[in-house]
Design a protein around this ligand. Structure first.
Ligand SMILES: [Zn+2]
Length: 345
């Protein structure tokens, strides 16, 4: 089984020969390839080269291609701060009031913002290593999170609290949903084997489980179903501690969940992990970046013992691996899957 086949088995609910490893490593990958982050974030060749360099060096099973969390909001009119050396963040929203929602248009992924760079990077990776290595393309933020970036997250939350039935809120979420869906379909067409998305502002660290159920979950579930209808597997990434929504997530159609290290691993396995694919969830900063290689190995061994049984598990850090991470720690994470993750003995 090569890396691509190993990941594919997991995504189809079948048993692989061992636990595959995916790396959320765009920050150290750019650094180790000698590529300034601002170039990685906007230049398809640079982004592809960074990941090719990393996969050659570490031999992980799955490349995660990610152009930060502002790509889609920027393509829809939000202003992005591009401080050199840092991932982008939204400096000004696309609209300053719900009465402006009609100005927002569904993106054209072939044309708008940096999305064409993402598609071209996917295409390059698929051409170079797509027969051997699994390629996961991040389609950026799901409807709730994207709506927050377009409207300004605090103002968006105030809108939700003050008049949850306001039709313009639904229009904002709908145009966000349609844009996001279009990017998933475009990266798949460009050669990604599966897709992923972030929806962290919808998680319990930011909003209540009730608000999540009302305004985020419907779009996440719809996305999983809409993509499955086109044969596309997707993974939902939510930062922070997600324990109180795990039961809700477990009700989704088959998909992946990438959970952060704060989420209880045992509880995750017995809820979402019973019928879905788990990704994660080693502590990216405290262990992967600041621990020793021995500590990374120990944390991976412990997690593998809990999440490996029955398959449906892809080892990764729980969130983005910091740029400062020592290469030997990344190597230790990959080696742990080979050492502790075998299913055939
Ligand atoms: Zn995260």
């Amino acid at each position: 089984m090569n890396s691509k086949e190993r990941v594919e088995a997991v995504l189809r609910g079948r048993m692989p020969d061992r636990v595959p490893v995916c790396l959320h490593n765009f920050l150290p990958a750019a650094k180790e390839a000698g590529i300034p982050l601002e170039r990685y974030l906007s230049d398809s060749r640079a982004a592809a080269d960074a990941h090719l360099h990393a996969v050659e060096k570490y031999g992980h099973d799955c490349i995660l291609l990610d152009l930060d969390t502002t790509m889609l909001a920027e393509a829809m009119g939000a202003k992005r701060n591009c401080t050199p050396g840092a991932p982008g963040h939204v400096e000004a929203p696309a609209i300053t009031g719900l009465e402006q929602v009609g100005r927002l248009k569904v993106v054209n992924p072939e044309r708008d913002g940096r999305i064409p760079a993402l598609l071209e990077a996917v295409h390059r990776l698929a051409e170079r290593v797509g027969n051997e290595v699994s390629i996961r393309a991040n389609a950026d933020q799901c409807a709730f999170s994207l709506a927050g970036l377009l409207r300004g997250t605090e103002d968006f939350l105030v809108d939700l609290m003050s008049d949850p039935d306001e039709p313009a809120l639904r229009d904002l979420l709908e145009v966000s949903y349609q844009s996001h869906l279009a990017v998933h379909k475009a990266v798949f067409k460009a050669g990604a084997h599966f897709t992923s998305m972030g929806d962290s502002p919808a998680g319990p660290d930011v909003v209540s489980p009730q608000l999540f159920a009302q305004f985020a979950r419907p779009y996440e579930e719809r996305l999983v179903n809409d993509l499955a209808a086109d044969g596309i597997f997707t993974t939902i990434h939510i930062c922070g501690k997600t324990d109180v929504i795990l039961d809700q997530l477990a009700a989704y159609s088959f998909c992946g969940f990438e959970l952060d290290y704060k989420t209880d691993a045992v509880r995750a396995k017995s809820t979402v992990g019973a019928g879905h694919v788990l990704f994660g969830n080693i502590d990216p900063s405290g262990v992967v970046a600041r621990g020793t290689a021995a500590q990374v190995r120990a944390a991976a061994e412990k997690l593998i013992a809990v999440w490996k049984p029955g398959g449906r598990f892809i080892l990764n850090a729980g969130c983005a691996i910091p740029e400062s991470t020592p290469p030997e720690n990344i190597a230790a994470l990959v080696a742990s899957a080979k050492e502790f993750g075998r299913y055939d003995g």
